[in-house]
Design a protein. Sequence first.
Length: 81
Amino acid sequence: MNIYIGNLNYRVEEDNLRKALQEYGDVSSIKVIKDRDTGRSKGYAFAEMPNDHEAHKAIGGLHETQFEGRLLVMKQALPKR
């Protein structure tokens, strides 16, 4: 399952997110979205977890919790239109 992770602190890196998500299960990939020109984080990321049950547990466990000073927004990512 692809997970949207929003309201990230701009200093958060992929390794930080991976550690938090791995408490709920296997993480295939994480991508912090960065501005093309500045290289600065845009404040959101996408994570891929192969097991949907574990992904739902991660969303439920981390949504609206404090992470690096900000409340996370976690939900299943919708496909591009």
